[in-house]
Design a protein around this ligand. Structure first.
Ligand code: AMP
Length: 287
């Protein structure tokens, strides 16, 4: 049965609607986003439609995860287009709260997930994972879904949220969806809109560099040497590398050798003013 998309702005209305579905026995799946939706987001929405009976998508550009010098003000906002895309996919409810609904004036609680939030993006964006964990904890409480879905594009974020959801006994199952790329390999991101045409041409080099690194490692190469090669290539092309690391895919501990651990390559690099991130599993050729 085709359902009309509900566009809801308050927590009270969200609760009322979702409680009704839950009481009717429906399985509720939540996909949190900051909007400016692309095929990466929409792949999670399609997963959500498969995983449950009712799909809720939240669109909220969360000020708590931006530092004062970051792009909160200029972050793309495309609400009308987003709503059309979600309606076409058969989403049941879009939650688009205004800032004061999420952060009333005297808001003061903060959720931190030490350990997994340190290193990689946590080093250069120390405010980031606390801001994400806080808003996602709130969204899980507001919606009380059975399942929430996040993308592997933000792999560290996925692990932080999964730990938070377990540690706080939310009872919500956290699923990860695969990273979706453009045809030339660039990881899809709302921030790709910031790239100039010239930068956009260069940007897939990030993917090429980490793919070669991951392949080199899988074929028995040395981590330090492969990192050096990849770094040299990217710096030469004009990227400013924030980090390029090979880490354990479960606890994010940096690796200097593979030693049979599940490994993943992680990168963040700036091209002009745009910060791009990407990551990729190291294929396991030992089995
Ligand atoms: P954002 O709007 O950037 O906060 O992203 C909302 C959700 O979409 C997060 O769970 C992201 O990890 C996910 N996402 C963003 N880009 C992609 C992508 N290229 N592939 C898969 N998931 C993505």
């Amino acid at each position: 049965m085709a359902s009309k998309l509900k566009n809801i702005k308050t927590i009270a209305q969200l609760r009322e609607c979702v409680d009704g579905w839950r009481n009717a026995g429906d399985k509720i799946v939540l996909v949190p986003t900051m909007g400016a939706l692309h095929e990466g987001h929409l792949s999670l929405v399609k997963m959500a439609r498969e995983a449950g009976d009712r799909t809720v998508v939240s669109i909220f550009v969360n000020p708590a995860q931006f530092a004062p010098n970051e792009d909160f003000g200029s972050y793309p906002r495309e609400n009308a287009e987003d709503l059309q895309k979600l309606e076409r996919l058969g989403v049941d409810l879009v939650f688009m709260p205004p800032r004061e609904e999420i952060y009333p004036e005297d808001f003061s609680t903060h959720v931190e997930v030490p350990g997994l939030s340190e290193g990689l993006c946590g080093t250069s964006r120390p405010h980031f994972f606390g801001g994400v964990a806080t808003v996602v904890a709130k969204l899980l409480n507001q919606c009380r879904p059975d399942v929430a879905i996040f993308g592997e594009k933000d792999f560290q974020q996925l692990l932080v949220i999964r730990r938070m959801a377990r540690d706080l006994d939310t009872g919500v199952e956290i699923l990860g969806g695969p990273l979706i790329r453009e045809e030339d390999g660039l990881a899809m991101s709302s921030r790709n809109a910031y790239l100039s045409p010239q930068e956009r041409k260069k940007a897939p080099l990030i993917h090429q560099a980490i793919r070669e690194l991951a392949e080199g490692l899988a074929n028995g190469g040395n981590i330090a040497r492969l990192r050096e090669t990849a770094t040299g290539r990217l710096v030469q092309a004009g990227f400013e590398i924030d980090y390029l690391e090979v880490c354990n895919a479960e606890n994010l501990a940096p690796l200097t050798t593979l030693a049979g651990e599940p490994a993943r390559v992680f990168i963040a690099a700036k091209l002009g003013k745009t910060r791009l991130i990407d990551n990729m599993a190291v294929p396991d050729r030992t089995k």
